[in-house]
Design a protein around this ligand. Structure first.
Ligand SMILES: [Zn+2]
Length: 166
């Protein structure tokens, strides 16, 4: 399997499972790839990326992109791009912070990324403390949902879209 031509590829069968590894360097801010949706869905699955409120895309092999609490890349939903957030070297695995795009994940998991800042239980931005989320570059729809939740009050969660709980 390969994505985006010659320099990103899906690795399989490693101890940590599948992932996406690059064979070239990227500078911070550089576009790693454009993300093209195969299909857009109203609810998340374990393979989708959230691109807006009630909008989730399945984009082929990008489903192999792993999470890290100290990511080297950012999925910019509005631009449909994967962007380097720090220098990435050939041979590195590309990773993103899932809650930067995912509000309420279909397939939460216990993170073992080993970062000092590890959030441990990765369930989506909805379940992170604001000060934790503030450490990361986050998509507009996540900020909008966080703002809506703050304003909704405890007795009125009804302003939020359905959580899409599988
Ligand atoms: Zn982690």
């Amino acid at each position: 399997m390969s994505i985006n031509g010659e320099f990103l590829k899906v690795t399989e069968g490693r101890p940590g499972g599948s992932g996406i590894v690059t064979s070239r360097d990227f500078a911070p801010g550089e576009t790693i790839m454009e993300v093209t949706a195969d299909v857009e869905l109203a609810d998340p699955s374990r393979f989708t990326l959230q691109v807006g409120i009630g909008r989730h895309i399945d984009a082929g092999d990008i489903r192999y992109l792993n999470h890290s609490c100290a990511p080297n890349a950012y999925f910019a939903a509005a631009d449909a791009r994967l962007v380097a957030v720090r220098a990435i070297s050939a041979g590195d695995e590309v990773s993103i912070f899932y809650p930067a795009s995912e509000w309420d994940m279909a397939a939460p998991f216990l993170c073992e990324c080993g970062a000092g800042s590890c959030v441990e239980f990765v369930t989506g931005a909805r379940f992170l403390q604001p000060e934790v989320l503030a450490r990361y570059r986050v998509n507009e729809h996540v900020l909008a949902l966080a703002g809506a939740e703050d304003g909704a009050g405890a007795e009125d969660g009804g302003k939020l879209p359905a959580s899409g709980d599988q």
